[in-house]
Structures are given as structure tokens and as C-alpha cells.
Design a protein around this ligand. Structure first.
Ligand SMILES: Cc1cc2nc3c(=O)[nH]c(=O)nc-3n(C[C@H](O)[C@H](O)[C@H](O)COP(=O)(O)OP(=O)(O)OC[C@H]3O[C@@H](n4cnc5c(N)ncnc54)[C@H](O)[C@@H]3O)c2cc1C
Length: 487
């Protein structure tokens, strides 16, 4: 039952202070709107909440801040009038792909120059010219042409190209699978091309990571909310969205407190919002069914190592074996225990090398993860064994006596605890949420508007484009533009 004493009125209620919700809330507050943000976590950042411990500031999960600055993060700072220092160390710290050849040979690829091609063993001038022309064509492809590739998978599209297999694997793994955390047989080629255009945009040259981490970044943006009369309600779970006369009218928390607003935006996941917070009975059957059938993207599983000394000289590495491209069915077979990981790519990185982020004595928090399907009940030990085996070959220093102070398993459960709830018993922990896959991308991306007037979806699951956080922030901007006149 509603607690009348605590009943409060706002212009906008945002469920979730992750990248999507925080973007929308800070933009609306910046225009003088009275906003309430309710999040079950103790701080902002969502799945990217920053933890401060033992001199370290770190996110629960690895970070690959594509695109480089100026990105939507910089645009948000400017719009909201709050600045957060970029603490990256400069161009010498790039994304470092590490190729593992069929004979086991390990090659660090220098992506900063044409030597990337040489280090992939591509010295033939015809191949080099063909590759350069392909990139130029992709970088200048117009929207109309890109949209025609919406029904073709990134994998199939790359297989058709006339350059060596290794290059196809590299591009597909980085831009067709890794960037979307989705198997490349399901990512549309249109999305991969857009991602290449975004990631390689020559106007975006500055590496970025923020003082206070990603959670710190969004906490800073959200300062606008109380400054303009709104409230930030942390450690508070929303259990229900109030629908009155067919319209969204507010929320009820798990403690039974009621808050009212004519506009409610949820970043609790489109499926979870429709099914659990609002109730499918409030939506047309066709809409509820479509939402319920939306596909999840992949999850990450692996280790977080706390080291006693400096191990990684750079922030970001991707280990990609020659046979790393796996279809969705292969991930399902792994989850069912019918096969073990053998060639999957591994993301390895640390942000501890950045000033103000790691302890000054050089200790690091290092992530090493691979992808899996969002089945929380599967046996994770084969993934963990695979990761340790591969990482030990590339960075044996990590496994030298005394280098690791402690290590933690990065689990799907931890991801769901910080982000959105599992969609059903044991199904959850996705890195992003619903997938950017064929049938859910381009014009078929779920819309922010819902059939319930006044109810909007924000964050990963609605209308944004980009890699992870960037996609959620993009969605925040888009929802803001749509509701701005209504507020
Ligand atoms: C392992 C891993 C690796 C990743 N790597 C990268 C990367 O390299 N680069 C990158 O850009 N992104 C990465 N991401 C993705 C990034 O974290 C997400 O894309 C982003 O956090 C999505 O933002 P969001 O606002 O949509 O959702 P979330 O971040 O999940 O935020 C949703 C918020 O809603 C709150 N909430 C949910 N339900 C309720 C409720 N009922 N009541 C109150 N509050 C609720 C949650 O507590 C949470 O704070 C990674 C994620 C993971 C898990």
C-alpha cells in the first residue's frame, strides 16, 4: 500500500542510474526539471559502477572505451556543465590485439600504423591496396547502402571480402563480435560497418577514461538532479510502475513508498520492465510477445586479478586466436557442457595504469574474460581454465610467484546484481542487455516509446547505437529529445 507521507511529485522519474538513466536524468535536470532517480545500487554507474578499495578504483567489469573522444560522454559533460578529468595516458596506450597463430605463435599487433598489416603477415602489395580500398569504401558508405546490409550477418559479409582469412577474422572479431558482445553470425553487417565508422572516425583521436571511474563520471553528471530540486534515491528497488487510466503515473518501491510523475523512464531492461514492473496485461499482446522474444547478448565470465606489482604496460589487450569466430550455437554447446572453449578471444586489461585510478606502488586490477551465453546455471570452470591457460602464455609474469595477491571470479550473477534483473530464473547477466542482432537492429531496434503513454525505455535496450556504455548514453540523449516537450 502507498505510504501517503512519503508520496512525492516529480516531472520525471528515472528507474536506474546506469549510463542510460543517468544521461537522461542529468539532461532533464539541467533544463530545470524536477527529476527523481531510483536505483537499487548504492551509487551511480549501473553495470559500470566504480568500486573504491585498497587504493584501487575499478569497475566490476572490463572497459574498452570505444569510440575515442570526443564521444557522447564529452557531449554530455558539456551539455550538463559538469566536467570530469580524462586521466588516460595518451596515444602510446592503445588497444593491443594479440594474434595467436595455428602454430601457437603469439604476435602483438601494432594498430597505430600500417605495420598492423605486416604483423598479420600481410606484405603482398595487392593485398595491402585492396585492404586500404576496402576501409576507404566502408568509411564512406552512406546510410542507404549500409541499411541494405541489415539482413546479412557480419560473418557472412566478411567472408565475401577478397582479403586473407586472418584479416577477416581480425575485423569480424573486433568489430562484428567483440564490440557488440554478440556472435558474428547474428550481428548484422550494417551494425558492424557503423561500428567501424564510429571506432575509426579520424575526428575521435583521444583515448578516454575518467577520474573517479565510469561510476564517478555518472555520479558527477547526476549532481545536476538535486541542484535543480530533484532527488537521488539509492539502495532503493522499484517494484512497480503505477499505471492509471492506461498511463504511467509513477513508481512504487519495494518498501511500499510511492512517487508520482507524468513521465517514467525505465532502464531496468525492456523485458523486465514490461513483464515485472508494469505487467504484460497493460500492453497489446503483440507488443508484449515481441518484447518477450527479444534476444539477449552474450555475457562475460573470467577473473579479476589483484596484483602485487605492475604487470600490464598498457590498458587494453585482446587475445584473438586464428579460430576465434564462433557461432551462437557453439556458445550454447559450451553452456550445455558438450564442448570446451578452444579458440575464443579473451579480453585482458587494466585501468590501474592511469593516474588517480591505481595505487602509486604499481599494483593493478587486471581483468581477463571471455564470452558465454546468459545461462547462470552452467559450469563456468571450463571457461576459467581456458582463460588461465591462454593468459599464462601471453603474460607469464602474471603467474610468477607472488604476483597475484588475490583473484575473484567475475560472474553472471554479479553482473545481474549490479545491472538489470534476470529475465527469467537462471537467464541473465548479459554484458549489455538485449542484443544488437539481425531483427533487433536498424529500424527494428526496440523503440524508447511504449504503448503505455508516459512510459519510456532508456539504456541499452532502446534505440541507442554504439559499444556498451556509449549505446546506453546515446539512448539517454534520444529519450531526452523525445520527452523534452512533454516535461
Ligand atoms: C562484463 C562486462 C563488460 C563490459 N564491457 C564494456 C566495455 O568494454 N565498454 C563499454 O562501453 N561497455 C561495456 N559493458 C557494458 C556496459 O556496462 C553497459 O552497456 C551499460 O552499463 C548499460 O547501461 P544501462 O544504463 O542500459 O544499464 P545498466 O548499466 O545495467 O543500469 C541499469 C540500472 O538500473 C538499476 N535497476 C535495475 N532494475 C531496477 C529496479 N527494479 N529498481 C531500481 N533500480 C533498478 C540497476 O541497479 C542499474 O544501476 C560491459 C558490461 C559487462 C557486464
Amino acid at each position: 500500500m502507498a505510504n501517503a507521507e512519503k508520496s512525492r511529485e516529480y516531472d520525471l522519474i528515472v528507474i536506474g542510474a546506469g549510463p542510460g538513466g543517468a544521461t537522461l536524468a542529468s539532461l532533464a535536470a539541467n533544463e530545470g526539471k524536477k527529476v527523481l532517480v531510483v536505483d537499487k545500487n548504492p551509487a551511480a554507474g549501473g553495470r559500470m559502477m566504480t568500486v573504491h578499495r585498497d587504493g584501487h578504483s575499478y569497475e566490476m567489469f572490463p572497459l574498452n572505451l570505444v569510440p575515442y573522444a570526443p564521444s557522447l560522454f564529452e557531449e554530455l559533460q558539456e551539455r550538463v556543465g559538469k566536467t570530469v578529468r580524462n586521466v588516460t595516458v595518451g596515444v602510446e596506450d592503445a588497444v593491443n590485439p594479440i594474434y595467436i597463430a595455428p602454430d601457437g605463435k603469439v604476435t602483438l599487433i601494432d594498430v597505430k600504423s600500417l605495420s598492423v598489416l605486416k604483423s598479420l603477415g600481410l606484405r603482398n602489395p595487392v593485398t595491402l591496396i585492396r585492404t586500404a580500398l576496402w576501409f576507404r569504401r566502408v568509411m564512406t558508405m552512406k546510410e542507404e547502402e549500409i541499411l541494405k546490409l541489415g539482413g546479412v550477418s557480419a560473418y557472412d559479409y566478411m567472408q565475401r571480402q577478397k582479403f586473407p582469412d586472418i584479416l577477416k577474422v581480425f575485423i569480424t572479431a573486433a568489430m562484428g563480435e567483440g564490440a557488440f558482445e554478440m556472435s558474428s553470425d547474428l550481428v548484422p553487417a550494417s551494425s558492424m560497418i557503423r561500428m567501424i565508422q564510429l571506432a575509426m572516425d579520424p575526428k575521435r583521436t583521444q583515448q578516454r577514461y575518467y577520474e573517479g571511474g565510469i561510476g564517478g563520471f555518472f555520479s558527477r553528471m547526476l549532481e545536476r538532479v538535486p541542484e535543480n530540486g530533484g532527488d537521488l534515491l539509492y539502495s532503493t528497488r522499484v517494484s512497480k510502475v503505477i499505471v492509471e487510466n492506461g498511463r504511467a503515473a509513477g513508481v512504487v518501491t519495494a518498501a511500499g513508498d510511492e512517487y508520482r510523475a507524468p513521465v517514467v523512464a525505465s532502464s531496468a531492461g525492456i523485458r523486465q520492465t514490461v513483464r515485472f514492473l508494469v505487467g504484460e496485461e497493460h500492453f497489446p499482446t503483440e507488443y508484449a510477445e515481441r518484447v518477450s522474444n527479444l534476444r539477449s547478448n552474450l555475457c562475460d565470465v573470467g577473473y579479476r586479478y589483484f596484483t602485487t606489482r605492475k604487470i600490464l604496460p598498457c590498458s587494453t589487450y585482446v587475445l584473438f586466436p586464428y579460430d576465434c569466430l564462433e557461432p551462437w550455437s557453439a556458445f550454447e554447446e559450451m553452456a550445455a557442457g558438450r564442448r570446451k572453449p578452444k579458440g575464443n578471444y579473451i579480453y585482458l586489461g587494466t585501468k590501474s595504469i592511469f593516474p588517480t585510478i591505481g595505487p602509486e606502488d604499481g599494483r593493478q586490477v587486471i581483468y581477463a574474460v571471455m564470452s558465454c551465453v546468459p545461462d547462470m546455471n552452467q559450469d563456468f570452470s571450463p571457461y576459467l581454465e581456458y582463460i588461465e591457460r591462454r593468459v599464462a602464455k601471453v603474460f607469464p609474469e602474471l603467474y610468477e610467484e607472488g604476483a597475484i595477491e588475490r583473484k575473484e571470479v567475475m560472474s553472471l550473477q554479479a553482473c545481474a546484481a549490479l545491472g538489470v534483473d534476470p529475465v527469467s530464473e537462471g537467464r541473465g547477466g548479459e554484458s549489455y542487455g538485449i542484443a544488437a542482432c539481425i531483427g533487433q537492429a536498424d529500424a527494428q531496434t526496440p523503440k524508447t516509446e511504449t504503448p503505455v503513454p508516459g512510459l519510456y525505455i532508456v539504456g541499452n535496450d532502446a534505440e541507442g547505437f554504439g559499444l556498451g556504455t556509449h549505446r546506453a548514453v546515446d539512448s539517454g540523449f534520444k529519450v531526452f529529445e523525445k520527452i523534452r516537450d512533454r516535461l
